[in-house]
Ligand binder design. Structure first.
Ligand code: GDP
Ligand code: IMO
Ligand code: MG
Length: 436
């Protein structure tokens, strides 16, 4: 049974966690292929709310085994903390259920300090990173100096390597006016974490290929989003990995012939955390209405900083682009419930750049910052749709809005989310199991 790849179609936080939780029902294995604990995937299970950073959302399904793939960057201390938190919440985590790729790179205290120093040095041009050390860890990977999870198998060798690495990081930090890290102090927690993680380290590519050959469904859970991709996003206002569908193949180590489904996830409007162009960005009253007041868990405020997220109308041009880059076979729309009460719902169907109409984002960042969205306006609805469970019970205007989005990106939308809870999904067709 082949692989499904799940990808964020926008700038992250599209609701991938809740959609992965739905797709994981039919999966045997769920694997993360890119990013690290810059991700935060929220899943509601009954009264419990899980915020997963490194461990795939599939861990909440008993029949699923989870993989942290080679394309990820792992902070060992964060991973141990997440394992402990999940275990305390009653989720069984054992090396039989969770494996960490030998080849995944490690995030060290040096990377954390370098991320902060680089952001300070960028001044007004700061990217607004999550300060989790992601960029510096991927830099060391491509520079062929990184530490990999497999090295944690031998604690002595690991301790030496970590020490050397921290000294090298300090040389860079001093050049960048950052505070050096104390190699002695910072290694302790990492060595302890390494000892805890040792049993989880595996050849995960082998594991995945065995599962695929065995006809088991593997769900590849993307993190971040298409517009944050280091190649295809708004460079340099991006993350340092490949969250797009192609990243799943290199980030896990299996071939494209197994992939039969690529699911894009988009909110029914746009949000962005951090700097960079956002053509449909709104401010004022409309922005407040989309963002929410902060009283709901899902309102658009950063979970760690409490900072309001940037919000805007749905950008159909970006969605069309994301569909092209990832080859979505379908798109799932989330947070549709948030749009109740808008008189009209504009969707950007093109951009105007100096009098020329564009169907796709222009190549340069300077142009992306200047484009004016060309909107097509759709009537809104006033009904609370969060209790709707059948497609036919959605207001006609809601269905028209969904169909408009499907036609802008040229991809079917057969599933929409009308709330964060497990059962708040509405399917166009009666749901069919995809395997077994
Ligand atoms: P991810 O990073 O793509 O997994 O998304 P996040 O979990 O960071 O952010 C999505 C937020 O929206 C979370 O708080 C979810 O609980 C919430 N959410 C997801 N789908 C819906 C929905 O359909 N309606 C509402 N109101 N909230 C949703
Ligand atoms: P999930 O998986 C939203 C953004 C940061 C910043 C840029 C670079 O929850 O959707 P980084 O720390 O990766 O170097 O930051 O990328 N970013 C995210 N935004 N959701 C995420 O993950 C993100 N991961 C990174 O805000 O703009
Ligand atoms: Mg998130």
């Amino acid at each position: 049974m082949p692989a499904t790849i799940l990808v964020g179609a926008q700038w992250g936080d599209e609701g991938k966690g809740r959609v992965a939780d739905w797709l994981a029902k039919n999966a045997k294995m769920v694997a993360r292929y890119a990013g690290g604990d810059n991700a935060g995937h929220t899943v509601y299970v009954g009264d419990a709310v899980f915020k997963l950073h490194l461990i795939p959302s599939g861990i909440l399904h008993e029949q699923v085994t989870c993989v942290l793939g080679n394309g990820m960057v792992i902070n060992p201390v964060s991973l141990v903390r997440e394992i402990d938190e999940l275990q305390a919440a009653g989720v069984a985590i054992t090396p039989e259920r969770l494996s960490l790729s030998n080849n995944a790179h490690l995030i060290t205290p040096g990377h954390l300090a370098l991320d902060a120093a680089a952001e300070r040095a960028r001044g007004a041009g700061a990217i607004g990173t999550t300060l989790r050390g992601i960029g510096p860890a991927y830099t060391d990977k491509t520079d062929r100096r990184g530490l990999r999870a497999g090295e944690m198998r031998s604690i002595e060798v690991f301790a030496d390597r970590l020490y050397e690495h921290l000294e090298a990081a300090n040389t860079k930090l001093v050049q960048m006016y950052g505070d050096p890290v104390d190699p002695q102090m910072s290694t302790e927690a990492y060595i302890e974490a390494a000892a805890r993680l040792r049993p989880y380290i595996q050849d995960t590519a082998l594991q995945i290929n065995r599962a695929l050959k065995d006809n088991q469904r593997v769900l590849c859970e993307g993190a971040q989003g298409t517009m944050l991709d280091v190649d295809h996003g708004d460079y340099p206002y991006v993350t340092s990995s490949s969250p797009t569908a192609g990243g799943a193949l290199t980030g896990l180590g299996f071939g494209p012939r197994y992939v039969d489904r690529v699911v894009g996830v988009t909110k029914a409007f746009s949000t962005r955390v951090g700097a960079g162009p956002m053509p449909t960005e709104l401010d004022g009253e409309l922005a407040n209405q989309l963002r929410g007041t902060g009283e709901n868990f899902w309102d658009e405020f950063g979970t760690t900083t409490g900072r309001p997220r940037r919000v805007g109308y749905l950008d159909g041009v970006m969605l069309r682009y994301a569909t092209q880059i990832n080859g979505f076979s379908e798109v799932v729309l989330t947070k549709l419930d948030v749009l109740s009460g808008f008189d009209e719902l504009p969707i950007a169907i093109g951009y105007d750049l100096n009098g020329k109409t564009l169907d796709f984002p222009p190549p340069t960042l300077a142009e992306r910052a200047r484009v004016q969205p060309i909107y097509r306006r759709y009537p809104g609805w006033t009904e609370d749709i969060s209790r709707v469970r059948r497609w036919a019970d959605l207001p006609e205007t809601t269905r028209a809005y969904i169909d408009a989005i499907a036609s802008v990106c040229g991809t079917p939308i057969n599933t929409v989310s009308v709330g964060p809870e497990r059962d708040q999904l509405v399917h166009r067709w009666v749901e069919q199991r995809t395997d077994e």
